[in-house]
Design a protein around this ligand. Structure first.
Ligand code: PRP
Ligand code: URA
Length: 208
């Protein structure tokens, strides 16, 4: 069964509160999304397996570690892009795939318009990023596309999640662990997360 990790770190709580505020500028929103993603990336990579390697310090030869399984970061366009730089700062050797999906405003159903993934995706630990997990339609569809292309180990990392979206992803993909910076109360009648932060893509890219 999929595990749900809700972040409990004071820095994350503080920064998510700033992210929510309607007074937060586009510049600050981007910086906060980066900083929260960095902190969440630390949590989401805690179980990466290590191999022992040799390393030579200026003094002696000793044993060290290298990450064994390679990583792929897959943002769901557009808003997932706002989390990528933080993850590639943590794991510079990670490859980055992209999945383009948008939610049809009438039906709330995800519509795919782009998909380009690393060719060796089946060997990689995949970290799917999207700031918002609302109905879960976009994340569940993105995960299915990634599985269809061979990926076997996938985690989903979102800044804010609604209970409805978490359940939808867990039902569709019980093998995928979910990390959320905050677990919000509900969705409103337009499928927006409440209290949420509004439209993450618009706030990141200034298209309000
Ligand atoms: C937002 C968000 C998620 C999706 C969440 O993207 O970034 O991808 O909605 O909603 P869901 O869980 O109900 O599917 P949006 O469709 O607004 O596209 P954008 O990132 O291009 O703005
Ligand atoms: N997408 C967003 O950007 N915000 C929401 O609250 C729900 C979906």
């Amino acid at each position: 069964m999929s595990k749900l990790f809700v972040m409990d770190h004071p820095l994350i709580k503080h920064k998510i509160t700033m992210l929510r505020s309607k007074e937060t500028s586009v510049k600050d929103f981007r910086e906060l999304a980066y900083e929260i993603s960095l902190l969440m990336g630390y949590e989401a990579t805690k179980d990466l397996t290590l191999e022992e390697i040799d390393v030579e310090t200026p003094l002696v030869k000793t044993k060290g570690y290298a990450i064994e399984k390679q990583v792929a970061i897959v943002p769901i366009l557009r808003a997932g892009l706002g989390m990528v730089d933080a993850f590639t700062s943590l794991i510079p050797a990670a490859k980055v795939g992209h999945i383009g999906l948008y939610r049809d405003h009438e039906t709330l159903q995800p519509v795919e318009y782009y998909c380009k993934l690393p060719t060796d995706i089946e060997k990689r630990q995949v970290l799917v990023t999207d700031p918002m997990l609302a109905t879960g339609g976009s994340a569940a569809a993105a995960i299915q596309f990634i599985k269809d292309r061979g990926a076997k180990k996938i985690k989903l990392v979102c800044l804010i999640g609604a209970p409805e979206g978490i359940k939808a992803v867990q039902d569709a993909h019980p093998d995928v662990d979910i990390y959320v910076g905050a677990l919000d109360e509900k969705l409103n009648e337009n499928g927006y997360i409440v209290p949420g932060l509004g439209d993450a893509g618009d706030r990141l890219f200034g298209t309000l």
